[in-house]
Design a protein around this ligand. Sequence first.
Ligand code: CA
Ligand code: CA
Length: 590
Amino acid sequence: MKYKGSKKGFAVTAMVAAMSLAGMANAGVTDQDILNDAMTTDDVVSNGLGPRGQRFSPLTKVNTDTVKDLRPVWAFSFGGEKQRGQESQPMVKDGVMYVTGSYSRVFAVDVRTGDELWQYDARLPDGIMPCCDVINRGVALYDDLVIFGTLDAKMVALNKDTGKVVWKKKVADYKAGYSITAAPLLVNGKVITGVSGGEFGVVGKVEAYDAKTGQIVWTRPTVEGHMGYIWKDGKKVENGISGGEAGKTWPGDMWKNGGAATWLGGTYDPDVNLLFFGTGNPAPWNSHLRPGDNLFSSSRLGINPDTGKIAWHFQTTPNDGWDFDGVNELISFDYKEKGKTIKAAATADRNGFMYVLNRENGDFIRGFPFVDEISWAKGLDKNGRPIYNDDNRPGDPTASADGKKGKAIRAVPSFLGGKNWMPIAYSQQTELFYVPSNEWAMDIWNEPVSYKKGAAYLGAGFTIKSLNDDYIGVLRAMDPKTGKEVWRYKNYAPLWGGVLATAGNLVFMGNPEGYLMAFDAKTGDVKYKFNTGSGIVGSPITWEMDGEQYISVVSGWGGAVPLWGGEVAKRVKHLNQGGSVWTFKLPKDA
Ligand code: CA
Ligand code: CA
């Protein structure tokens, strides 16, 4: 059953009641369900608990007083030898959980019992090239479909009841280094996806597909100079949307393999009708090969969901020379200033600065550091552009004696970022952002490199080091109106999992040591912890069923840190792998 609702969606309650009366409780997910996801507590049908990605739930039964009694009710193992990093956010609809595992696997699980209903394994070719572990971050739900991206850069739609393939589309060529790890975004009947592969010199892009058929609707490359297209009546036509002039912010032919991978996927703000996607590093990492701003790399983009037109861009690291991918999620929120409502959005960048933007036009409102030390920039100018410390850019190898290794520098943060992929949460109750961050530095130097299809395209060497002996991870409560840190929680291992905020005055987060933890949202006091047996690098969710509040989180250590972390990887090599999803609730008599 499908219906068209208004964007604001106030007719929903009546519609839902009508559907229940008609015995449609197991109807598929609609556009309206997705738009309203943040307010409907009986399901989780979008990545981020709502297309804006605030990861805030109005549920209050589990709160600062009751959370001490939280108990696991079941754990489901992903099984097999295919453990590795588990970065998925589960979805829940009509008593079924849909969750992905490493190596492009999807599971449907009965949420009352933890019993498996079906499992889908993508048959991956030998030559896949995921840069940063064989992870997947979750599915999208639409109608009777469960849709997800694979490590060989395909989009796959499965029947929600059987797990059988309904349609499958190639998004990009895995042999050139493309892959997909992000959860797709579902907007107005379209599956919106980005691609990974910035370390292989791919060309980043955002694409829209018809969710029911898998037919492509539009494509928007994210490197200036590449043309976007829209499909009309099955025919590919130029959409008349300038991708910018080739060679304007890139020297020579460098734009042809310019990176700017859109690997984290995006968020959608129905209020301004824009998709927000971030873009990764310009390729290669050696910035001396590409003088210029290298648009639209290391940027946030506001994109029209109907056409793929870039409405605005905001570049956090022009001519990025540190792999400060600008992919991190941009989260809409409103605040009042002098009696006026400001339509803002915030993002915590890999480069160590947090930015508050006007989400209607991408204008810079304010920016501030959210880590203790930033070496590469002295600050931000009035437009939010970094004021570089020129001597903290890795040196040009062609200026060295042998032309093989440029001057090494120590840069903070490391390329794994003040914050990496792990999503922040915004509490509508405290009006604070909860930012999982890391305090680390890197030694980095540049080397000569040239593009070769399917080969790493970095032109850099590096090692990552902790700034402190006793902690790397810091969960921070940040006030977006002042830039002030309200509280912090220090963690020995680097944080790599997402955050969830609830109206129970709680913030949930997992750590690599294996604990699901709950914090008092106002003070940061630890109110609960439970060890799930392997490191948590996934993002917790909450929902309500049969009058009880549930919390779920995926456990399974891995991701980029063990593979790229240098000295930090050695520090955490005792952590055990795994692969399971845990579900918690309060005892009935609590
Ligand atoms: Ca919901
Ligand atoms: Ca990168």
